[in-house]
Write a protein that binds this ligand. Structure first.
Ligand SMILES: NC(=O)c1ccc[n+]([C@@H]2O[C@H](COP(=O)([O-])OP(=O)(O)OC[C@H]3O[C@@H](n4cnc5c(N)ncnc54)[C@H](OP(=O)(O)O)[C@@H]3O)[C@@H](O)[C@H]2O)c1
Length: 280
């Protein structure tokens, strides 16, 4: 296989670092795109993007914090322009299932004139271990809105495996993949699985979006972050399209997706749900 130069934006993040590990194992030359990498890549500093994209054949794109935030569309348009200038051949975009704003960003990549694959993922299992749901799990009390929402949780290891194939195999050019687990679980179901796997008592309390937002405001979280969380809990979790189970992972990988219970068992083994993490 030809060794390629691949830029992984967000290459130290939940999906990115798993993709970097896989691409390196295949012998590709990886550049990480992040604010702490050299050359630096910051979504808020487009003046540096030419240097980061120089010499790259392919790019994996994770936008921060979410493709739904104001300014995301313009940033993706700009990234496409810089990528074309740098003679990048292919873009793989991580997008969000049930997220209409993200789909506008997908269109920019689809119409870029470059080869592309869209990886449209459901909510990640790892939100409970590497993101905002870790602390409530540790505290033994998870209070969230949209208690009834049916979510086909997907594992970031499955996303990474699909994205690695998308980056390295031409057969995935022009495809939009929807990545979900094989069943839906509500937040309460997911918390119950984690409690069982980690042998802990963890309560789930349904609250309203307003109560959730007010609670975040009291802890001094930034308004932009609160807006995003409220958007995700209202628009995305309220979108019936999110609940639809897709079979794309099985089609692409030739095996079933990692089930939430497998994720819960493997993560419980690490002990992460039994020790206090200051901040994620
Ligand atoms: N969580 C979910 O359930 C879910 C579901 C579907 C889609 N998504 C989408 O997934 C994407 C996030 O992907 P992920 O979870 O793999 O990443 P992540 O873990 O959220 O990303 C962290 C990475 O992004 C980098 N980063 C943070 N701010 C940056 C900035 N301003 N400019 C450049 N790099 C920055 C970090 O490095 P530095 O700190 O060094 O910059 C790090 O490499 C989002 O677009 C989200 O909408 C998430």
């Amino acid at each position: 296989m030809e060794k390629e130069n691949i830029l992984v934006i967000g290459g130290t993040g939940k999906t990115g670092r798993r993709i970097v590990a896989r691409l390196e194992a295949l012998g590709h030359n990886i550049r990480i795109g992040s604010r702490s990498a050299t050359p630096i890549f910051d979504w808020h500093k487009p003046e540096n993007w030419d240097a980061t994209l120089a010499g790259m054949d392919k790019v994996y794109i994770t936008y921060q914090p979410d493709l739904a935030v104001p300014g995301a569309l313009e940033s993706i348009e700009q990234l496409v322009k810089v990528s074309k200038r740098a003679n990048v051949k292919k873009l793989v975009l991580l997008s969000g299932k049930g997220e209409r704003e993200a789909q506008l960003c997908e269109q920019v990549v689809i119409h870029s004139g470059l080869d592309y694959t869209i990886v449209r993922a459901s909510w990640f299992n790892q939100n409970f271990s590497e993101n905002f749901l870790l602390e409530p799990i540790f505290d033994g009390l998870v209070a969230l809105p949209q208690a009834e929402a049916q979510i086909p949780w997907v594992d970031t290891d499955d996303i990474a495996e699909v994205a690695t194939k998308a980056l390295t195999e031409d057969i995935h050019n022009g495809q939009i993949y929807e990545l979900t687990g094989q069943r839906t679980l509500t937040f309460k179901d997911a918390v119950a699985e984690i409690a069982k796997a980690s042998n802990r008592d963890i309560a789930f309390v349904p609250i309203s979006v307003k109560e959730y937002g007010d609670g975040m405001r009291k802890t001094g979280l930034h308004e932009d972050f609160i807006w995003l969380i409220e958007y995700l809990f209202t628009e995305v979790l309220g979108n019936p399209e999110l609940a639809e189970v897709s079979h794309d992972i099985e089609k692409i990988l030739g095996r079933k997706p990692i089930d939430f219970s497998e994720y819960a068992a493997a993560t419980a083994e690490t002990g992460i749900w039994n020790k206090k993490i200051a901040k994620v």
